[in-house]
Write a protein that binds this ligand. Structure first.
Ligand code: UT7
Length: 328
């Protein structure tokens, strides 16, 4: 791949999302496991989730979401020189999902790799994309979060099967306009500095033991960590971007649990910001949840171009990452 001159910054040009057709309601789950709609709504905030068809793969969902993002960006497949797929549920370990997705989208010979930072995956991948554009190792990057968690869930385990779901979200990321070209929005760096980290001491809080096992989660420990350790990360991302929380238009955390979303939001001090609550009808789609929520809010006319959005992904590892972006 040709090495370009680096750019002063990176910005998101378009988002795209995809949800499988099948809607699974809480009542449907209550028919097979000992749970109920009231418990799920009040403890997790989910009303329904989408589950992929048996033959629908993470690559299929990635292609659908990325195709929309690509169309929205106005670029052609030939313009993309790097594809990053964030997923912790790849169909197979070899080959990676990114090269397969690139091929199906008609993107010729891009750099292509998968990235596993679990539910923080999209924010990690977006940071990688921004850095590649600024360093000059890529000019236009397709960043995708895609998950088929349904194939790793024990459908008799009420502590996990009510939470996890399937879907994909994508973003096309490109350079800011050169000085003297484009308007102010095109010149302003649209992807702020990432604040990221991990804590391997909590590796046993969410894991899949081996290829014959299902997702295990120590829900209360993860809940406690998420509601106490993450707001400083979110606030640091604002500070590093030079954005006061009072200037945020929208807060888009990983869609893990509505109570976690609301707890972090309360500690942010940004009462004016809209809060993404896509979990209500999408469930927890891990690395797909942030771009999926954003694409759906944009589609529904809830957000505007130029809006400042604070993203924070967090999950197994544990891994976390946050950044402020300007919406396309
Ligand atoms: O995306 C990756 C990051 N993951 C997260 O951020 C998840 C963080 N954790 C959570 O969201 C929550 O801990 C859960 C949603 C997983 C669980 O909610 P909780 O309020 O922490 O419930 P709990 O585990 O403390 O369980 C409370 C009670 C228990 O019954 P007893 O022992 O009090 O009699 C559970 O057996 O609720 C019971 N329970 C259920 N009852 C009805 C657990 N799951 C269910 C269920 N339906 N599905």
């Amino acid at each position: 791949m040709r090495i370009h001159q680096g750019s002063a910054g990176a910005r998101v040009l378009a988002f795209g999302g995809y949800q499988p057709a099948r809607i699974v309601t809480n009542d449907e789950l209550s028919a097979t496991v000992d749970t109920n709609d009231e418990w799920i709504r009040s403890r997790v905030g989910i009303e329904s989730r989408r589950i992929a068809a048996p033959d629908e793969t993470v690559a299929d969902m990635a292609v659908a979401a990325a195709g929309k993002a690509l169309a929205g960006s106005g670029l052609s497949p030939a313009d993309i020189d790097l594809v990053i797929v964030a997923t912790c549920t790849p169909e197979v370990m070899i080959p990676n999902t990114a090269a397969v997705v690139a091929r199906r989208l008609g993107i010729n010979a891009p750099g292509a790799y998968d990235l596993n930072a679990a539910c923080a995956g999209f924010c990690y991948a977006l940071a990688n994309a921004s850095d590649a554009i600024r360093a000059g190792s890529a000019r236009h990057v397709l960043v995708i979060g895609t998950e088929k968690l349904s194939q790793w869930v024990d459908w008799t385990d009420r502590s996990t099967c009510i939470i996890f779901a399937d879907g994909a979200g994508a973003a096309v990321v490109g350079p800011v306009a050169e000085p003297g070209t484009g308007d102010a929005a095109e010149q302003a760096p649209g992807v702020g500095p990432v604040v990221w980290g991990s804590d391997g001491a909590m590796a046993d809080k969410i894991y899949i033991k081996d290829r014959d096992s299902f997702i295990f989660q120590e829900g209360q420990s993860v809940f406690r960590w998420a509601t106490t350790a993450l707001h400083p990360v979110a606030l640091q991302a604002c500070a590093d971007a030079g954005v006061d929380p009072a200037e945020l238009d929208v807060f888009v955390p990983h869609q893990a649990n509505l109570r976690i979303i609301e707890a972090i939001a309360r500690k942010l001090g940004a009462p004016q910001a809209k809060i993404a609550t896509d979990i209500v009808n999408a469930g927890n789609t891990s690395s797909a949840s942030i771009p999926l929520a954003l694409s759906r809010m944009i589609e529904h006319g809830e957000l505007s171009s130029g809006d400042k959005a604070l993203l924070i992904g967090f999950g197994a590892g544990v891994c976390y990452a946050a950044q402020v972006i300007t919406l396309p």
